[in-house]
Design a protein around this ligand. Structure first.
Ligand code: PMP
Length: 300
């Protein structure tokens, strides 16, 4: 992660190295925190935040799901994002809004702290080879929604993802795909998942336990515009083995082809035509080269 000059922290811009929290913070001890990650893209009208309103709505919905209220509204956080991009002199960047529990007497009453962090690159990238990731269907399942509500983006939930990833890496793979307790495919460890079979684009429903990813939604909307048939339905592991294409999506990864699943080559093992067409179309949208989704771009 490349260090920048300033971070927005609890209402003010502070030098990067001063954005600290006490070691006893409940955000560290108990993993109680919520976050969003999204991108700022260069457009012909200058830098623009991509789908920032959707990300900030999801942040507040995550808090609501966990019976928590945050100190700053979406409007305040949006203004903070713009301030951080400008103050660091960035054009294209990766932004994270983190709301976590600080130090205090009791995790039910301790106030949240809020940071907006801009970097030029995202964390957690495992470099795939040129053709894409080699993924393992993990033995680590997504927890039942009654145990952890996966529609929320909460920091502690990522222990489950981390376990699946570390296990996949130890087995010589470079990414993990997770199933739910019914044996249906849910997602990648920090990505949504899509399969293409005979020209039809398929992705599991949110009811499978998948996060309602903003990139997932962008891909679904752009696919419709490209006249690619779409089905949002449960997917079984063997469908991935026999798909023509499988790819992961996320703010961090974009559209990331999977070359193999459990050592079965997917299609011809190379990025497929549907993934490539969608990548090109989404790239035009995020850089404002088409008017189709101008409302998704918020000028900084
Ligand atoms: N699923 C999970 C579990 C994730 O952590 C992420 C990353 N936020 C995604 C999907 C992708 O979501 P988005 O496209 O909104 O970044």
């Amino acid at each position: 992660m490349e260090q920048q000059q300033v971070i927005w922290y609890d209402g003010e811009l502070v030098p990067w190295s001063s954005a600290q929290t006490h070691i006893t913070s409940y955000g560290l001890m108990l993993g109680i925190g919520f976050f969003e990650a999204f991108r700022c893209f260069e457009t012909k009208d200058g830098p623009a935040l991509f789908r920032v309103d959707d990300h900030l709505r999801r942040l507040h919905e995550s808090g609501h799901t966990y019976l928590r209220t945050f100190p700053y509204s979406s409007e305040q956080l949006k203004a903070a994002c713009k301030e951080v991009v400008r103050a660091n002199g960035l054009s294209e960047c990766y932004l994270r809004v983190l709301v976590f529990l600080g130090e205090g007497a009791n995790p039910a009453t301790t106030p949240f702290r809020t940071a907006v962090i801009a970097t030029t690159a995202g964390p957690y990238v495992n470099e795939p080879d040129a053709n894409g990731f080699h993924a393992k269907i993990s033995n680590v399942q997504r927890p039942a929604p009654s145990a952890l509500p996966f529609t929320a983006k909460a920091t502690g939930q990522y222990l489950n993802a981390s376990l699946a990833l570390i296990d996949a890496l130890a087995g010589g793979y470079d990414s993990a795909i997770l199933l739910n307790q019914s044996g249906h495919v849910v997602d990648g460890y920090i990505h949504n998942i899509f399969a293409v079979r005979r020209g039809v684009l398929r992705t599991p429903p949110v009811s499978s336990g998948a996060l309602a990813g903003i990139t997932r939604d962008t891909v679904l909307r752009v696919a419709e515009e490209l006249d690619i048939p779409v089905e949002v339905e449960d997917i079984l592991p063997a469908e991935l083995y026999n798909a023509d294409e499988v790819f992961l999506t996320g703010t961090q990864a974009g559209i990331m082809p999977i070359a193999s699943v459990d050592r079965r080559k997917v299609g011809d093992g190379k990025p497929g035509a549907v993934a490539r067409a969608l990548s090109a179309a989404v790239d035009d949208v995020v850089h404002g080269r088409t008017q189709a989704h101008a409302d998704w771009l918020e000028p900084v």
